[in-house]
Design a protein around this ligand. Structure first.
Ligand SMILES: [Zn+2]
Length: 305
């Protein structure tokens, strides 16, 4: 068990950057090399349109070929990139009682938001409950049907996207780029000023373990598949159970002000090679849609104010 040293004394509460829910979020843009739940959802949707590819969350040559074929069938630009033009034609409206790959796509997209559904392609009552809750939480008509608007919200939220197999921990449009470059107050880490109740997403895939102590408060240790251990602190609520396998962009819970914290914010810590790393360069790369440096290559100094 690694000691958690999340102590946040000075905070940026006064910036008040919580975002109201307004227009539908932008569709994600994925292409060859992308990974994660959005890719898995796209693969299931391509399957539902008759393209027999594996749904493995890895956008490789087979997915690219299927995408190009799908785009040609629709008269879209056949560039192999699934973005604002391709998604609306790719998504399929699904509802309770239906089954198949489009339902599996919806379950994959819902799980990005922490619902933990079995991806079995069967739209039963559990999936319907998750859809209705997601719609209520996002100000959508709570009809339990995954139609175009719900699809756009499911796919357009859940971390920053881009950056290969990494995600921003907070929705990209909630904070400016500068927030990801801010020095920490006393040791290598990052504080992000977000209001209580803001969804927090896993930066990278791994195994999540719940934390609840007087320093971190409600939070998570995620043992990442990249060899780093990530700490997320000061939540108001847990979203996934201990031992849960999470992907980049999976919702871990909701931010808050628990533990040793003097105002709502997310504290993020990256530990690799036994040392606290400065997360700033990695977060900026992800923000810019690039793959971040390996955690062990991040500096251990230079990010303290
Ligand atoms: Zn902190």
């Amino acid at each position: 068990m690694v000691a958690v040293t999340a102590i946040c004394a000075t905070l940026l509460v006064s910036l008040g950057l919580a975002q109201p829910a307004t227009a539908a979020p932008a569709w994600p843009v994925i292409s060859n090399g992308s990974t994660g739940a959005d890719v898995g959802a796209a693969q299931y949707l391509l399957r539902s349109h008759g393209h027999d590819i594996a749904a493995d969350n890895q956008f490789g040559a087979a997915t690219e070929s299927a995408t190009v074929a799908f785009q040609k069938s629709k008269g879209y630009e056949a560039d192999g990139v699934i973005g604002v033009e391709t998604w609306p034609g790719l998504v399929v409206t699904v509802r309770e009682g239906e089954s198949g790959d489009a339902v599996a796509a919806a379950q994959t997209a819902l799980n990005k938001h922490g619902y933990g559904l079995a991806v079995d392609g069967q739209f039963g009552s559990g999936t319907a409950s998750a859809v209705t809750k997601f719609q209520n939480d996002n100000g959508l008509t709570a009809d339990g049907i995954v139609g175009p608007e719900t699809w756009q919200n499911l796919l357009g939220q859940g971390g920053g996207g881009g950056g290969g197999s990494y995600s921003l921990p907070i929705a990209r449009d909630a904070l400016s780029r500068d927030h990801y470059n801010a020095p920490h107050h006393d040791y290598p880490a990052l504080d992000l000023p977000v209001g209580t109740g803001t969804p927090v997403y896993a930066v990278h895939s791994g195994v999540a373990n719940q934390i609840n102590n007087d320093r971190c408060g409600i939070g998570y240790e995620v043992v990442g598949n990249d060899g780093a251990t990530y700490y997320y602190c000061h939540f108001s609520a847990h979203g996934v159970g201990s031992g849960a396998q999470v992907d980049a962009g999976t919702q871990l819970g909701l931010s808050g002000n628990t533990g040793n914290s003097t105002g709502p914010h997310l504290h993020l810590e990256v530990i690799a090679g036994g040392a606290n790393r400065c997360p700033q360069n990695a977060m900026l790369a992800i923000y810019d849609g690039n793959s971040p440096p390996a955690p062990g290559d991040l500096p251990t100094s230079g990010c303290i104010e």
